[in-house]
Design a binder for this molecule. Structure first.
Ligand code: ATP
Length: 252
């Protein structure tokens, strides 16, 4: 894993976001390099989602800069940032329950710029192949033609995950991928994310509250508390960092 600044897929510099008198994100720098899986943790209200929203263009930061593969995207609208290669998987599922799993995947391909009307009528072979390939990754190959609404919550989360990969994002932001997933599926999810990371070369930045999960999957972790970045390091360094321990115990 290289930690060369030149390889940064994502870099934030001095991101600050205020809501009235509250500084939700305070001068935060992060870097995610090609091929990495990076975790973002912190107690409730630490500013994790707000930082993600400033990266995706859902919110505009009051100060600071966001660069995606060296390109300054700070003031870009959300759709343009998505087209530039930023994928996002949400905490809640965003699947169309009345459509087949495959159609949901094809719809997701539009984030990468595909013509959606044409796609649903007459998807090209390469996209169909990709839906099959991605569904195989998560062991759901047999469900391509099933109505997505019939799938379990855990299966829907996996579908969301492969939907996010359909557009072949340069960087995938995941908001609590392990949230609501039952423990037996958790190990599978770790394998699936690793497979995507290895075989799809997906670079991943994820918010997660499940510590076992994030410690196992992340190459590096950033920690926020009260909007500030209080630590950065390997899972081992983070677990032994006194500021992090104090933040989780609610001590200043
Ligand atoms: N739209 C908003 N308007 C006002 N305050 C907000 C808004 N969004 C977030 N906040 C506040 O900003 C702070 C950071 O919230 P944020 O949701 O980013 O934290 P978080 O680390 O993602 O928390 P959690 O782990 O609970 O999801 C919190 O105090 C929250 O109440």
């Amino acid at each position: 894993m290289t930690a060369n600044a030149a390889d940064a897929v994502l870099r934030t510099e001095g991101i600050t976001k205020r809501f009235g008198g509250l500084t939700a994100v305070d001068d935060v720098d992060v870097e995610v390099h090609e091929g990495e899986i990076v975790g973002l943790i912190g107690p409730n209200g630490a500013g994790k989602s707000t930082l993600f929203n400033c990266i995706t263009g859902t919110l505009t930061a009051d100060e600071g800069r966001v660069t995606l593969q060296g390109q300054d995207v700070t003031d870009w609208p959300e759709y343009k940032i998505a087209r530039a290669g930023l994928g996002r998987m949400f905490q809640e599922t965003r699947i169309f329950g009345g459509m087949s799993v495959r159609k949901n995947l094809l719809l997701a391909a539009q984030e990468g710029g595909a013509d959606i009307g044409g796609l649903l009528r007459r998807p090209d072979d390469s996209l169909l192949e990709r839906t099959n390939e991605l569904l195989e990754y998560v062991d759901l190959g047999g469900l391509a033609d099933t109505r997505a609404g019939r799938l379990s919550f855990g299966q829907q989360k996996l579908i969301e995950f492969v939907m996010a990969l359909m557009a072949e994002p340069e960087l995938l932001l995941m908001d609590e991928p392990a949230g609501g997933i039952n423990p037996s599926m958790l190990e599978n999810l770790i394998d699936y994310i690793r497979t995507a990371n290895d075989e799809e070369e997906a670079t991943i930045f994820l918010i997660e509250h499940n510590m076992d999960f994030v410690m196992e999957i992340a190459d590096r972790i950033y920690v926020l508390a009260h909007g500030e970045r209080i630590a950065a390091g390997t899972p081992e360094e983070i677990q032994n960092d006194q500021r992090v321990i104090d933040a989780y115990l609610g001590r200043e």
